[in-house]
Design a protein around this ligand. Structure first.
Ligand code: FES
Length: 82
């Protein structure tokens, strides 16, 4: 029997923020370090975690499936075109 063990690790030691928290924020829309800093406080002290945090964002974006709901296409009526 295969049993999956989910383990979190601290990425930002200064602020006690785990990879799981960063992944969750990335899935919820955090796209860059600024967003992570604002939402979680990652890399707001010594900054040594910033590259790892960015790598987790990139990995999460790469592994996330495209949305089931496509982005809306803006319609421009012919009368308003120049
Ligand atoms: S380890 Fe993240 S700010 Fe220091």
């Amino acid at each position: 029997m295969h049993r999956e063990v989910l383990v979190s690790m601290f990425v930002c030691i200064c602020n006690a923020i785990t990879d799981k928290q960063i992944r969750k924020a990335a899935k919820a829309g955090a796209r860059d370090l600024w967003a992570l800093q604002e939402q979680l406080g990652v890399a707001t002290n010594c900054g040594s975690c910033s590259q790892d945090a960015l790598a987790i964002i990139e990995e999460t974006q790469k592994n996330s499936r495209p949305s089931r709901f496509p982005q809306p296409v803006l319609y421009t009526p012919a009368t308003s075109r120049a």
